[in-house]
Design a protein around this ligand. Structure first.
Ligand code: PA5
Length: 439
């Protein structure tokens, strides 16, 4: 079977292969720390061997719960924020049809608790009024304000629509084994629950029930996703040589580029379904590395769409960026540009060519232009967009992120900076315990 590919040749004009390989020992040492648990944040390494240790029983329980929701619900609301929703949305958007939601495919998966927009919640609540809906409520801490507000509102609505007893059959909670308000509430209400392991942080939780249950509800093959991730776990293990270890190579390459003064990494894709993979990636790397006054800033663009908006900046703006492009080798479908006898739009030179061929030429043209414009280019190629290769991609990024964070010298598994806004917000809201904090 073919595999995900990493190409770094197009950074050598900016940082030499020698410079990158001079970081191979550091990358290897960092990867070993992920294995031996001797690095910073070592109580959050549960994700490292998650794919290879996910049991058939876990997958069966997830599929059984998903099927129960699929049978009862036209709409399933996934409540969560940050690591508690981005992984699920990334996979669901990548592997569902672009128009599934509009074409009436059921169940429809929608999201709440990832913002505090009053209009958003009101509109969602109105939409759900005439629907058979269920809720997957995800919060590791069980105390995050955004999902807590959404759950309080939607739980009440569900109970009013179907009665308290039936609502219990349509609510699943994913949270800590013992701690937090959501655990207390779920136990009291006797909801079906799944546990987020203590040693897996939110942004590394896509391959736990946090990501897998919503993905299974959307009808996606969870076992294949885990299988792909497990293959990447093997391939990026610390005992695999640096030359063959694509997670170590990616980590070393981006650190070499960072050291050369390029502080912004732009993740670009040429497939609109991958938009939320980039959102997930932004959180993974941004929250893991952006601390202690260090870290690459993570940005993302969808091409060719954003070539018509951010393309100018990328080509000619401040030369502090590098680019990592995700490319999918073969599309799921086949569509050709038709011939037109009149050729009024002048497109007959493309007649008979696949739309994907045009996309690939756009990718190649962009790569050449950006390299000419001073932008180092890393390229990741997926043979196809399916569960297996997406599982590989997710684990590849996680593994490389852990390695890269250790190479940078930070704890990649904490996020102390996220608390600053919450403390101020709670003080302003006069939350008990925060009333006397002066801001
Ligand atoms: O990666 C993280 O830890 C965060 O993004 C959390 O996932 C996010 O803040 C949500 O937290 P919780 O699941 O505790 O509600």
């Amino acid at each position: 079977m073919s595999n995900l590919k990493l190409e770094i040749d197009n950074v050598f004009k900016f940082v030499s292969k020698k410079q990158i390989y001079s970081l191979s020992d550091a990358a290897k040492a960092a990867n070993l720390q992920l294995e031996n648990g001797k690095g910073k944040g070592n109580d959050f390494l549960g994700w490292v061997h998650l794919p290879s240790t996910t049991t058939l029983a876990t997958v069966a329980d997830i599929n059984k719960t998903a099927n129960a929701l699929r049978t009862k619900c036209e709409v399933v609301v996934v409540i969560g924020i940050g690591g508690s929703y981005l992984g699920a949305k990334a996979v669901i958007d990548a592997l569902s049809g672009s128009f599934d939601a509009l074409s009436g495919k059921r169940p429809l998966v929608v999201y709440a608790g990832h913002n505090i927009g009053e209009d958003y919640l009101t509109e969602l609540s109105l939409f759900l009024k005439s629907k058979h809906f269920g809720i997957i409520n995800i919060s590791k801490s069980g105390t995050t304000t955004e999902p807590a507000i959404a759950f309080r509102i939607l739980k009440k609505q569900l109970e009013e629509q179907v009665g308290k007893r039936e609502a219990k059959n349509r609510i699943v909670a994913i949270t800590d084994a013992a701690r937090g308000a959501l655990r207390t509430l779920a136990d009291k209400e006797e909801y079906k629950t799944f546990i987020i392991p203590d040693n897996v942080g939110g942004r590394f939780s896509v391959l736990t029930p946090v990501g897998l249950l919503p993905v299974a509800v959307a009808g996606i093959d969870v076992a294949k996703l885990v299988e792909g991730a497990a293959s990447m776990e093997e391939w990026t293990a610390a005992d695999v040589n640096f030359e063959n270890n694509i997670a170590e190579i990616y980590a070393a390459t981006r650190n070499a580029i960072y050291q050369s003064g390029k502080k912004i990494e732009i993740l670009a894709n040429f497939n609109p379904q991958l938009h939320f993979v980039s959102e997930w990636w932004k959180q993974l790397y941004g929250e893991s590395e952006g601390k202690e006054d260090k870290g690459i800033f993570n940005a993302a663009v969808d091409f060719t769409t954003d070539l018509h908006s951010m393309g100018q900046w990328i080509q000619e703006g401040e030369r502090t960026i590098f680019e990592t492009v995700i490319s999918v080798a073969v599309p799921k479908t086949h569509l050709e540009v038709p011939a037109d006898p009149e050729d009024l739009d002048g497109l007959n030179y493309l007649a008979g060519k696949r739309v994907d061929f045009v996309n690939k030429m756009a990718e190649k043209g962009t790569q050449i232009a950006h390299i000419d414009g001073g932008v180092p280019n890393i390229r990741i190629e997926l043979p196809e967009l399916n569960e297996y290769y997406l599982g590989q991609l997710l684990y590849f990024f996680e593994r490389a992120c852990g390695i890269s964070g250790y190479m940078l010298g930070v704890n990649p598994f904490n996020q102390p900076g996220v608390e600053a806004y919450k403390r101020n917000m709670f003080a302003l809201l006069k939350k008990p315990g925060y009333k006397n904090i002066v801001i």
